[in-house]
Design a protein. Structure first.
Length: 289
């Protein structure tokens, strides 16, 4: 029983990271109809930015991750405005190919710069945690969950209570109507992609606080983002949070029952099941929410 409870705790902590990884991916796909295959590469850049801030300046990863988020926002805005915007209204396979090429470029530049070696952020509290009888809550993972929830809440508030957020929602609901009332679609697209990249950068920074990182780590997290988006519902921020928690729990509980070798496979089995049973996702709707 204690093993199952520990697995549930680990699943909740892991699910918070998955939720942040998927938030940006789901937002870009839902608003722009762009399947950003390079999303995992942005996660990787956020992880390495946080790592080097720790190595060179001694910044704690929970300080470095928000700084990586800001840097990836600028990078994402520039990439969308000057590259992706050229084909954003083309058939979806064009943006799929473009972001795939972008992913290859970023990953290979990362391999040239940092090699394929695994690196870790070794903080003073690494390996320590809050002990509750037979259960342990690692401080680093608890911190990642807290920061992930804060970022999710900030995005919810931005989308719901600001004119820009409402413009993004309107663009998702009806592109032509939004354009007709004066919404600058090109700016909204650039901002949306930048927010997605920023969230990926934050997720990467949080991942670096708890797990080893490498330039080829991105593919795994692109896959996780796709699964969480399908679980929660396309473009649904609440769905991304729920989907991330569900995936985290499914992986840790499945690994506990069937063995660690099945952890990744369980997520994709869950994806197939949700597509068969409820293609719109657990919280999926016909409009942006």
């Amino acid at each position: 029983m204690d093993i199952i409870l520990q697995a549930v705790i680990n699943g909740l902590l892991l699910g918070g990271i998955y939720a942040v990884v998927a938030l940006g991916f789901s937002l870009v796909w839902g608003v722009m109809n762009v399947i950003n295959v390079s999303h995992g590469a942005f996660v990787m850049l956020g992880a390495f930015a946080t790592y080097w801030l720790f190595v060179l300046f001694g910044l704690d990863p929970f300080v470095g991750a928000p700084l990586a988020m800001v840097a990836l926002f600028v990078v994402g805005y520039a990439i969308q405005k000057y590259v992706i915007n050229l084909v954003v209204r083309a058939p979806i396979y064009m943006t799929l190919i473009l972001t795939f090429g972008l992913d290859l470029l970023i990953v290979n530049l990362g391999l040239i710069a940092w090699s394929a070696d695994f690196r870790s952020v070794n903080t003073a509290y690494a390996g320590q945690g809050l002990v509750l009888g037979p259960l342990v809550i690692p401080y680093a993972r608890a911190g990642t969950l807290l920061l992930a929830l804060l970022a999710s809440a900030a995005l919810f508030a931005f989308m719901d209570r600001t004119r820009t957020g409402n413009a993004i929602r309107a663009t998702r609901m009806d592109l032509e109507a939004a354009e007709g009332v004066g919404v600058r679609i090109d700016r909204i697209y650039a901002l949306t992609f930048a927010i997605g990249a920023a969230l990926a950068g934050l997720a990467g920074g949080l991942i670096s606080a708890t797990l080893p990182i490498t330039p080829i780590m991105g593919l795994t997290y692109t896959g996780k983002a796709f699964v969480v988006t399908a679980l929660g519902g396309l473009g649904n921020m609440g769905g991304a949070l729920v989907g991330g928690i569900v995936l985290g729990l499914a992986e840790t509980l499945g690994a506990t029952v069937f063995g660690p070798g099945y952890q990744d496979a369980i997520g994709y089995v869950l994806l197939v099941l949700i597509l068969v049973v409820r293609p719109a996702g657990l919280l999926g709707r016909a409009y942006y929410a």
